[in-house]
Ligand binder design. Sequence first.
Ligand SMILES: [Zn+2]
Length: 287
Amino acid sequence: MYKNTSLFVYTVFSDYCLISGKLQLFRQLFLVFNMSIGTNELLSYLNQLLNSKDIKDYCPNGLQVEGKPEIQRVVSGVTACQALVDRAADEKADAILVHHGYFWKGEPAEVVGMKKRRLQQLLKHDINLFAYHLPLDVHPELGNNAQLAKLMGWQFEGAVEPSDPACPLVTGRLTEPMSCEDFSSLLEQRLQRRLVCRVDGLNDIKRVAWCTGGGQGFIDRAAQLGVDAFITGEVSEPTIHSAREQGIAFFAAGHHATERYGAKALGEHLASHFGLDVQFIDIDSPA
Ligand SMILES: [Zn+2]
């Protein structure tokens, strides 16, 4: 709705300025109508909102690649893969906002091959790349964990380790107990994909623990909590045995699918807070 209204005002006003020869006036007011923000101002806002300074991570959080100094159009997505960068360039975006950016701890530092092509495309189009990894998993309202709870209708209880701002394991409750069969059907329906794998537990499901993405390493901690089920994106070989032997239901629902909703919610927040033109682009992945 906002986008259409703003486009309408923009079109009428630009036509008026063109016809009446007031191009200078148009240029000055253009920024007001489209509501842009300085790159550094947006960076400070995001860093503060997502508490990124206090969260230790495996990658830099914030502005990973600098582009234009002023931002009007933003593309949000899960991963800054080549396809997303190309789409953002097609859309003439000034910034990309993702959960999975670049420069992971331990990756080769050389700018060659795939890394060169991604960076070259960003730099060629002067597109800023903002990436927030753990800070965007754990944010209590806009984070992947909180957004998954909202999508599934779980009552969000909060982080298992409230004293550790980087802890991405959280718990919640279902409004009604549910069989493992019904629970997995609902997951598949809401996430619009088949589960990666499923281990049924001993009980109907009332209380759950989850960690979006690659959180399978938390299954033993979840079992210690006495919850009925643990949900994450991925599975490893030992995860299945942990679930079977500790009687906890386990659902791997897709790394990408469980992490679609944080970047989307953060983008929508920026659109309503600053009036930026934000578009979520889902580059689907079976992972
Ligand atoms: Zn992830």
